[in-house]
Design a binder for this molecule. Structure first.
Ligand code: SAH
Length: 362
């Protein structure tokens, strides 16, 4: 039993069932009991390990892509360097270390970390205490100043609330979280329905009970970023697990101590995420006026960026065990059956801007 379960029961008793989006949002961000407010999710003792925590090579190669983008932008002497949801600050520390090879880049960069958790802000500050650029914390992307933009977001969008709709004989009706007589959280179906126009053709023929997800919170941020990039130029890299084409499926998942968990079982104690719909995310950025380059799998992105060469350089002269650890990290980050295929990398740029290792837009 968690403190959050009592709080959820009381709220549902007073207001009725919650949407899946409301449930996700409370579980992750409740100031008192929310997962990111109270837990240490990352690393061996936490619930999951993200790519930057697996190896410094990840942040270094993301940093190399940012340097290429800055070149392609004409090396502006002022730009906003932004990370959404920086976790422990590891990716940014690795990125800035690579960027130290280009002092003019660092001189031009103003660092903005968009983070809601005070606890994580402290950790990010500590990780970056010796970095050459010091961060300004922002509550929301909208608080980042205007101007040319280089933005990275790793495993950020998967933590934003999604809505789920269940196919019934009449319509796609919103999935809700309620409480049964025993006081347990249960799924139910509400009366709100998805407009017919929002249902992709591929889903229309599916069986009753199929689930379609929408991600208005993620898309609103992607659209905003698209608008900024259209106005001031730049690039955003969205890295996450997800799918490239809209399709029915229930992707809401809970991770608790490195194991999949029932999503209603440990509110506030388990990490709750959903797979990101990259088709929808790219469309939102394009709606904002930016261009979306054809997405790459994380494996392709890293290999095209020189992962194997970097691994070779990092391992040279090291002990057998250290070299084994580097090989293991390459495997986890890029192998198709590990993170390589499930994770995708979407680059959003202003039109005409091409950034290695991405192909230009069609
Ligand atoms: N990028 C990091 C951490 C991913 S976890 C890594 O790869 O290791 C998700 C991060 O997003 C956490 O830092 C969390 O506190 C933050 N976060 C979640 N929802 C947020 C929101 N709505 N606004 C800003 N940050 C958010």
């Amino acid at each position: 039993m968690t403190g959050l379960l009592d709080k959820l029961r009381a709220r549902i008793a007073a207001e009725g069932p919650l949407t899946v989006a409301q449930y996700m949002s409370v579980c992750l961000s409740d100031p008192e009991y929310g997962y990111y407010s109270t837990r240490e999710p990352f690393g061996a003792a936490g619930d999951f390990i993200t790519a930057p925590e697996i190896s410094q090579m990840f942040g270094e190669l993301v940093g190399a892509a940012c340097l290429s983008a800055w070149d392609a932008m004409g090396r502006p002497d002022r730009f906003e360097l932004v990370e959404l949801g920086p976790g422990r600050g590891t990716l940014m520390a690795d990125l800035l270390r690579v960027a130290a090879l280009r002092p003019a880049f660092l001189k031009a960069a103003r660092l903005n970390l968009v983070e809601t958790s005070d606890r994580l802000r402290k950790i990010q500050n500590a990780t970056l205490k010796d970095a050459s650029v010091q961060p300004t914390f922002r509550d929301r992307f909208q608080d980042v100043p205007e101007g040319p933009l280089l933005l990275v977001a790793n495993e950020f969008f998967d933590a934003l609330p999604i809505h789920q709709f269940v196919k019934t004989p009449d319509a796609w009706q919103e999935r809700q979280v309620g409480v049964n007589e025993a006081g347990d959280l249960i799924f139910g179906i509400g009366t709100a329905a998805l407009p017919e126009a929002a249902v992709p053709a591929s889903a229309r023929t599916g069986p009753d009970g199929s689930i379609l997800e929408t991600q208005p919170a993620a898309n609103a941020i992607a659209e905003d970023i698209g608008r900024r990039i259209a106005a001031g130029g730049g690039m955003a890299l969205f890295i996450d697990y997800g799918y490239l084409k809209t399709a029915p499926g229930d992707t809401l998942q809970a991770l608790h101590k490195h194991r999949y968990d029932n999503v209603l079982a440990h509110p506030g104690e388990a990490d709750l995420t959903a797979h990101v719909n990259f088709e929808s995310l790219a469309a939102a950025a394009v709606n904002g006026g930016a261009a979306a380059l054809p997405p790459l799998t994380q494996g392709d992105f890293l290999l095209r960026s020189g992962l194997l060469e970097r691994a070779g350089a990092l391992g040279s002269g090291k002990s057998h065990d250290e070299q084994e650890a580097i090989r293991d990290a390459v495997e986890r980050l890029a192998a198709p059956d590990k993170m390589g295929n499930l994770f995708k990398v979407l680059a959003v740029t202003n039109s005409g801007l091409t950034v290695p290792p991405f192909d230009s837009a069609l």
